[in-house]
Design a protein around this ligand. Sequence first.
Ligand code: GTP
Ligand code: MG
Length: 403
Amino acid sequence: MAAQPPKDVLRLSAEEVEALKVAFEQGSLPATASKLQEMLVFLESVRLDVGITGEAGSGKSSFVNALRGLGDEDAGAARTGVVETTREPTPYQHPRYPGVTIWDLPGIGTPGTPPDTYLEQVGFSRYDFFIIIASQRFTAHHAALARHIQGTGKSFYFVRSKVDMDLTSSLQRRPASYSKAGVLQTIRKDCEEGLRAQGIESPRVFLLSAFKLGKYDFHLMQDTLEKELSHHKRRALLLALPGLSRHILEQKKAAMQEHMWLVSTVACGLHAVPIPGLLVSCDVDLLARTLQGYCKGFGLDHDSLERLAAQTVQPVEQLKAVVRSPLASEVSGMLVVQRLKDVGVEAPTLAPNVLTAIPVLGSVASTALSFATTYKMLRNFVDDVAADAQRLLVMTFRVEAKE
Ligand SMILES: Nc1nc2c(ncn2[C@@H]2O[C@H](COP(=O)(O)OP(=O)(O)OP(=O)(O)O)[C@@H](O)[C@H]2O)c(=O)[nH]1
Ligand SMILES: [Mg+2]
C-alpha cells in the first residue's frame, strides 16, 4: 500500500522545509538532523500544568484522577471523599508523562479562601489553564473566580461534573418522561444562564462525569482545548490523556505520525549505523526509545494494563491477550532491527512511493532509502499499537455495557 504523505510536516515553515531539502541534496544532513534533534528534546520536555478548581466536594480530586487515567484507589491517586480533603495546591504528575502535571486546588468559597486572594494563594502563574468545576449550578463564587482568572490573562473552562448522578436520579424519579438529552440540555441551560446572570457573557460549559470521563462533553472540551493550546502543549495533553475513545486514539495516532517524520530524519542523520543485511543506516537506540514512547502513549505498558484491569475488574491476562504488539518494556534494539527488516522486504516497492510522497527527500538515494524504511517501520508500529489500543477500548466498553 502506498504510504500517505504526512499531513502536517511538524509545522515546519516553508523555509525550514526548503533548508531540509537542501541539506538532503547537499549531504549536510547531520547538521540539519542535529537541529531537529533539539526540537525532539524540546518536545519531550514540554510542560503542561492544569489547575483544577471549584467548590469543596464538587469532584475536583476525582477529575484529577480521571484525567491521569487513575482510579481513586490506585497508587498515587488524589484522595477523594465526602469530607473536605484538599487544602493546599497539590501537584499530581502524570504517571507516564512527567512534564504533565494536574494540580488539585483547594475548594473556592470556603472561609479560608476569599476570591480576591485565592489566585495568589494557589500561585496562578504556574498554570497553563484552569478548569472550574461545579457539581450543581454555577454561582457568584465561580463567576468571581472566572473574572479574576480572566484578569490574569489565563484561560479557564467550566465543567459541570457528576452528570451521571443527575441522569440516574432523573431516571429513577421520572421514568416515564425520562430523556437523557433533555436532562443534559436542562443542566446545560441552567449552568449557562447562571453564569450569564453573573456577568459571564458567553460561557462555555462542559458536562462531564469523572466516573465516565470519555462520555458526555469530553470530546467537545478536548476539541476546545486543542484549538486554544499551543501546538506543543496540545501534543503533550493529547499523549497524556487516557485512551478513552476512538476519537482520542485517532488523534494520538495523528500526533505520532507527525512526530515520526522528525524522528526518522534525526535517526538517519545522526549517530546512524549500518544495519546488517539491509541498505539502511540509522540510530537503533533512538528508534527503540521512540517505539517505547508510542507504546506508552497508547497505554501499552505493564502499569497501565494493570490499572485498566483493576478499573474494569477483569484479569490483566484477559487484556494482554488482545495486545498483539510488544509492551513498552519488551521493545529492544533487536526488535527495532527485526521491524526494519520486515519493512526492508517491502522497501524496493515502497521507496519510490514514500520518496514522492515526502517532498523534502528529493532523489538522494541512500539516505532516502534509510529514511523511507525507518519512517515506514515507525508508521507500521504505530498502526499496530493503535489497533491494540482500539481492541482494549472495545473490551473496556464491553465490560461497561454489562454494568
Ligand atoms: N457520581 C459521581 N460522583 C462523583 C463524581 N465526581 C466526584 N464524585 C464523588 O463526589 C465526592 C467528592 O469528590 P472529590 O473528588 O473528593 O471532590 P473534591 O472537589 O476534591 O472535594 P474537596 O477536596 O473536599 O473540595 C466523592 O464521593 C466522589 O466519589 C462524578 O463525576 N460522578
Ligand atoms: Mg479534593
